[in-house]
Design a protein around this ligand. Structure first.
Ligand code: HEC
Length: 268
């Protein structure tokens, strides 16, 4: 009897050790290694119990009580056992993963934006020097230096990626909440912007986003006075993000949509 118990117990321990070694080799966390070991021991206990002398027959009410008691004890053991393990809240874990990913994404996006802006700036410099040469030649080229920088800005924007990042900012900053664009969004609070690229220069767009009060949209005097367009973006957005957004807005030149005229305001 005792011999059988010892023998089965030893097999249980042996199986447990093998499980732990395998679990370790396959990089299970220590908690799981311990769990596998305990499962092996529990298995051995079941085999040992198989050898136990059979109990006397229980009948009637006693049998019902015994059955209920058996369930209560077993459930208790399970619940107590389970609560000993560390608990993972999936929402907490998801939150952690999100945080890590966010930092990573921000890093790569920012890097990309900075690179694109540097490229746009280099183009602006080249446009400026070409303007200078033209002026020096007296070719009568009436290319104002602001115009040149605008051209360069649009050239930079045309490099696609910056525009895509700008579209991303449009969605992230939820401009669509008030502005209809491509027929999407806007709860009639602000003007449609499909043709804004024809009405405002990049510099003006930049100003409007950061200081909305400096420009008023024709026909939206009431909303302008109420300050409907938020002036929070200069706190929320990195400069590079604003530039990307401006690049995106500059590409909006759909003349079939009426975008109302912007009016420069003189602020006291
Ligand atoms: C809560 C509503 C609201 C949000 C959000 C909002 N705007 Fe506006 N926006 C307005 C209103 C109203 C006007 C017109 C009144 C005014 O000029 O201030 C306007 C005007 C503009 C204009 C001038 C349009 C014209 O034809 O003159 C531009 C450009 C613009 N918004 C860009 C943006 C961008 C880009 C964002 C997101 C970063 C944004 N807006 C977010 C309400 C909003």
């Amino acid at each position: 009897m005792l011999k059988s118990i010892v023998k089965k117990g030893m097999i249980g321990v042996l199986v447990g050790i093998i499980l732990v070694i395998v679990a370790r080799l396959t990089h299970f966390p220590p908690m799981f290694q311990a769990m596998f070991f305990i499962y092996a021991i529990l298995g051995a206990v079941v085999f040992i119990l198989l050898d136990a002398p059979s109990m006397n027959r229980i009948e009637g009410g006693k049998a019902v009580v015994a059955l209920v008691l058996f369930y209560v004890v077993l459930s208790g053991v399970y619940i107590a056992g389970a609560s000993l393990w560390p608990q993972y809240d999936p929402e907490v874990e998801k939150g952690k993963i999100k945080k890590i990913l966010k930092a990573k994404r921000a890093k790569t996006n920012l890097g990309k934006q900075e690179e694109l802006i540097a490229r746009a700036k280099a183009l602006a410099e080249r446009a400026k020097s070409i303007t200078k040469q033209l002026n020096a030649l007296g070719a009568g080229a009436q290319v104002a230096s602001q115009g040149a920088s605008e051209v360069a800005f649009t050239m930079g924007a045309a490099s696609g990626d910056l525009v895509a990042l700008g579209k991303e900012q449009w969605d992230l900053q939820e401009c669509y909440n008030c502005h209809k664009l491509f027929g999407i969004g806007g709860k009639k609070r602000g003007p449609k912007l499909d043709n804004i690229g024809n009405l405002m220069t990049p510099e003006q767009l930049y100003e409007k986003i950061l200081y909305p009060k400096r420009w008023m949209t024709e026909g939206f005097e009431k909303q302008y006075k109420k300050g409907k367009m938020p002036d929070k973006y200069r706190d929320l957005m990195e400069d590079s993000e604003v530039q990307a957004l401006v690049a995106f807005l500059s590409t909006l030149r759909d003349t079939s949509v009426t975008t109302p005229k912007p009016i420069k305001m003189k602020l006291k």
